[in-house]
Structure formats: C-alpha cells, structure tokens
Design a protein around this ligand. Sequence first.
Ligand code: CP
Length: 315
Amino acid sequence: MATALRPMDKPQTGGGSSLSGKDVLSDLDLSVENLEAILHTAQAMKRAPKRFAKVLEGRYLALLFEKPSLRTRLTFELAIQQLGGDSVNYAGPIGDREPVKDVARNLERWVHGIVARVFAQSTVEELAQWAKVPVINALSDLYHPCQILADVLTLKEHFGRLGGLKLAFVGDGNNVANSLMLTAGRLGVHVAVATPESYQPDAAMVEKARETGAITVTPDPREALENADAVYTDVWTSMGQEAEAEQRTQLFAPYQVNAQLLAQAKPKAVFMHCLPAKRGQEVTDEVMECAQSVAFDQAENRLHAQKALLALLLK
Ligand code: CP
C-alpha cells in the first residue's frame, strides 16, 4: 500500500504595516507610510552615514543577478558593507540547474535576505514564496522599485517636496514607467507617460496606478512635457529585447529627449535617467551633460535609498 508523505511546512508570509521582514517584489509592497520612512531614513543616512555603520552587523545577503548591472549591484554591495553587513554574489540564470523553490530554500539557510535581478517577475515571486527571508526585486520585466526609491529621493531633495510635481516619462512604457506610476503617483507626483501607441504601459497597470495617483498616458511627448517639473527617459531597448532594437530606434525617434523637447517643460525642469544612457538615442549628449540633468544624483541616491530599505527590512 502506497504511503502519502507529509509535505514540508511552507513559509508563512509576513503581514502588517512595518517594513521588517517584508518582501519587496513590486512597488505596491511598500505602503505610502513605508515609502515616507525610507525617504526619511535615507536622508538621515546620507547626512550622517557613520551613525548607521553597525545596523547590519552579523547580517548576510545574497545578491542574484540574471542580467548585467553596474549601479544596482555595486550600490547594494556598498550599502550592505556601509551598514556593517556582508554579501555573496551569484550571476547567472536562476532555476536552470535546480527549481527556483530549491534555490530559495538553500539561500534562506545561509543569508538574512535575497536581492534578485531577474528576467521574469514570476522568478522573484517564486523566490519569495519559498524563502523565509525577505526578497527584494532588483529589476524584473515588470518593475524596478529600487530605482524609483532613488528617483523620488532625488526629486524630494531637489524640489523640497513631491506633492504637486509633474513628471513626464518619455519613451518605452517599460518596468521603470510602471514603477514610476505606482510609486511616484502614490506620493502625489502627476506622472505623464508619453510612448508610441503600441508601447504604452500595460492597461491594467495604468488602471491600478490611477486608483491612487494622477496618471496621464499619451502618444504626444509635448503634451506630457507641458508644465513638467521633471523629464525622465530610459533606453528604448531594454535587456532581453535586443532583437527589436532597429525597429524600436525608428519608432521611438520622436521621443528623443533633446534640447528642443526639454524646452517644452518648465524652464527649471530637471532631466532624469535611470542609466545606462544611450546618447544619441533616447537622449542627446547635450541634455545628459546640461546643468538640468540630475542623472548622477539619481545614481548616487541608489546607495542611500537602498541602505534605508535594507535597514528597515532587516531590523
Ligand atoms: N539603473 C540601473 O538599474 O542600472 P544597472 O542596470 O546598472 O543596475
């Protein structure tokens, strides 16, 4: 007679409004209260980094990267080091040699948190489903929440507020556009997305963002830039879409952020880019190098925002 084996206990998901122990798989895993706490903590850490030098003492994180990275990988490594913790790195596919659920249950035995850059959102969700430790999405096909934490910190530093600002995102309706709508929108920023009709953000994502924020989606970049305080763009061809590069380059040409387009925004508007930038495509060299550009402030703030996120998650 066959005997049924009792399955292993599955991890319980965390709840409550505190950030401690949470997974950050999409922007919506961070409440407005959480976002405000992250911004407040990031600013404090930026002002007095030494005060926080032991926050992660004795804590270890695994950094998993299926895709290339400069900013995300190095700023997470530095953030962990500056908070007194340590990290181990893995670069390669997740779930090829063994199921994702097995990867998760190995890692949770060794580390206190997992940071994962993945192709498919389902990979980071499966890691979180099976690992008892917090999982942070370091970019997926749908979201880039850590980038947007740095972006809203940059806007807050520059303008002294977020509520009432207008941000125009011009180009591809990609993961960065999704995360901007979901996070900046909930913090009171009017997010206007201008893309070719066939590259608009997913309609369900736009509907979700409209539940809590002012969101405009238009094919007209000039309409999006009207009265904008910030003009944001990203590469036209994201990682994994290389086969479409030529077609995209032609279709997206009217969405290039050049001096003429930037002039449609407010005179003191900032230019934003999550980087890496392809000069001559989505942005001209002149705009990247102009005094209105805060692209490298955004890159710096990846470090401070992620330090705050890690400290609050692993508290
Ligand atoms: N902006 C961003 O995520 O940069 P990397 O791809 O270099 O990590």
